[in-house]
Design a protein around this ligand. Structure first.
Ligand code: NAD
Ligand code: WQD
Length: 344
C-alpha cells in the first residue's frame, strides 16, 4: 500500500512540483488548496507530468471543519507537507492581519488535527528570510534569527516557534523545517511553473516577462552594494531540486530517522549569484537579450545571502543538482509555454 501524504498548497508553485516528485517516489498524494493563488487545472498538469492524478480538495486551511473532513475522507494520512500560505512580502506590510491570520491559523489547525488522525510528521516551508542579513556567510542553521523585515517574514519565524512549542509540549508528532533560499525555474516539461498574480515582485518572473515583452524593462534594484559587481547576491535554487528535498524529508520522518523531533535544514545550492550575474546567465543560456536598467535600491532588501547546505547534504543526503543554465532555460520555456496557452 502506498503511503499517503497530504500536501497543503499543492497546486501552488513549489507544491505542484513537490506533488510530482512525491508521486514519482511512490507516495499517494492528497492536495488541499483554496486556489487563492493557483488554478484547479494545475491538477491536470500534474497528472500529465506524472501519469497519476492526485486527489484534490478545494478547502481553506483556515476552515477547521473543512480540513477535518479531509482527514476523515482520506484515512491514514501519514505525513503532511504544509506549503499553504500567503507569500507576498509587500502585501504583508499593507495587510498584516491577512498574513498573520492565514499563515498562523492554517498551521495551528493542522497541528491540532495531526495527532487526532495519527499523522506522524510535518514538513514545513520556512525561508532564509528568518536570517535577515547574516553576519557570516555562507549562513548555517545555527545563525541567529534576526528581527523580521516584514509581517510575512515574521509569520515564518512565529510558525517555526509554534512547531517547536507544540512538539515540546508533548504532541506526538515530529517536524522538519526547510528554510528555502530563492526558488526559481520550472519543470522541464514546461507544464508546471510559477504563475505570478499581477506584476511580479520577484526577480525571475519579472525577468522572463520582460524578455517576452509583457514588461518593458527589468529594473535592477541597486548596483552600489558592497558586492563584487554592486548588485545583491542570492542563492537561487531550482524548484525541482527543492521539491526533492521534501521527498527525502518525508522519507526521513516516516522511517523514524530523525535525530531530533524538530530538525531544521537550509535548502540552497551553497553558491551566491548576483542579480547582474543572473541576468547575464539568462541571456547566455537562452540567447535572448534582456532590456534592463539600474535603478535605486529597493527598501528592505538584504545585500547578500547564500546557504551553507552541508547539513542537508549530509543528513538528508540531498544536494542541489540542476545547473543555473538549465534552471534559467526552464524558466524561459515556462514563460513561452504560458504564451502558447494564452495565459500571459
Ligand atoms: P504559492 O502561492 O504558489 O503556493 C501557495 C499555495 O497555497 C497556493 O496554491 C494558494 O492557493 C494556497 N493557499 C494559500 N492560503 C491557503 C489556505 N488558507 N488554504 C489552502 N490553500 C491556501 O507559493 P509558493 O511559492 O509555492 O510557496 C509555498 C510555500 O513556500 C509558502 O509557504 C511560502 O511562504 C514558502 N516559501 C516560498 C518561497 C518563494 O520564494 N516562492 C521562499 C521561501 C518560502
Ligand atoms: C531577488 C533580488 C532584488 C526584482 C523574496 C522574499 C523572501 C523569499 C524569496 C519567501 C533582490 C532584485 C528583484 C526586480 C531586482 N520568499 N530584484 N529587480 O527579495 O531575495 O526574497 O523572495 O520566503 O522572503 O523577501 O527575492 O526575487 O524579490 O529579489 O533587481 O524586479 O533581485 O532587489 O536583490 P528576495 P526577489
Amino acid at each position: 500500500m502506498k503511503e499517503r501524504i497530504l500536501v497543503t498548497g499543492g497546486t501552488g508553485y513549489i507544491g505542484s512540483h513537490t506533488v510530482v516528485e512525491l508521486q514519482n517516489a511512490g507516495y499517494d498524494v492528497v492536495i488541499v488548496d483554496n486556489l487563492s493563488n493557483s488554478h484547479a487545472d494545475v491538477v491536470d498538469n500534474i497528472e500529465q507530468v506524472s501519469g497519476i492524478r492526485p486527489a484534490f480538495e478545494k478547502v481553506d486551511c483556515l476552515d477547521f471543519q473543512g480540513l477535518e473532513e479531509v482527514f476523515k475522507k482520506y484515512a491514514g494520512i501519514k505525513a503532511i507537507i504544509h506549503f499553504a500560505a500567503s507569500k507576498a512580502v509587500g502585501e504583508s506590510v499593507e495587510k498584516p492581519l491577512k498574513y498573520y491570520r492565514n499563515n498562523l491559523v492554517s498551521l495551528i489547525n493542522i497541528l491540532e488535527l495531526m495527532p487526532r488522525y495519527g499523522v506522524e510528521g510535518i514538513v514545513f516551508s520556512s525561508s532564509c528570510t528568518v536570517y535577515g542579513q547574516p553576519d557570516t556567510l555562507p549562513v548555517t542553521e545555527e545563525a541567529p534569527i534576526k528581527k523580521a523585515e516584514s509581517p510575512y517574514g515574521n509569520t515564518k519565524q512565529i510558525n517555526e516557534e509554534i512547531i517547536h512549542d507544540t512538539v515540546a509540549s508533548g504532541s506526538p508528532i515530529t517536524a522538519i523545517l526547510l528554510r528555502y533560499f530563492n526558488p526559481i525555474g520550472a519543470h522541464s516539461s514546461a507544464l508546471l511553473g510559477e504563475l505570478p498574480n499581477g506584476v511580479p515582485q520577484n526577480l525571475v518572473p519579472y525577468l522572463t516577462q520582460t524578455a517576452i515583452g509583457i514588461r518593458e524593462k527589468l529594473s535592477v534594484f541597486g548596483d552600489d552594494y558592497d558586492t563584487p559587481d554592486g548588485s545583491c547576491i542570492r542563492d537561487f535554487i531550482n524548484v525541482v531540486d527543492l521539491a526533492k528535498a521534501h521527498v527525502v524529508s518525508i522519507r526521513r520522518i516516516l522511517e523514524h530517522k530523525q535525530d531530533e523531533k524538530v530538525e531544521v535544514f537550509n535548502i540552497g545550492t551553497g553558491r551566491g549569484l548576483s542579480v547582474l550575474e543572473l541576468i547575464h546567465g539568462f541571456e547566455k543560456a537562452t540567447g535572448v537579450k534582456l532590456n534592463y536598467q539600474i535603478v535605486g535600491r529597493r527598501p528592505g532588501d538584504i545585500v547578500k545571502v547564500w546557504a551553507n547546505p552541508e547539513r542537508a547534504n549530509k543528513v538528508l543526503g540531498w544536494k542541489a543538482e540542476i545547473s543555473i543554465e538549465d534552471t534559467l532555460r526552464s524558466a524561459w520555456n515556462w514563460q513561452l509555454k504560458l504564451r502558447e496557452r494564452g495565459i500571459q
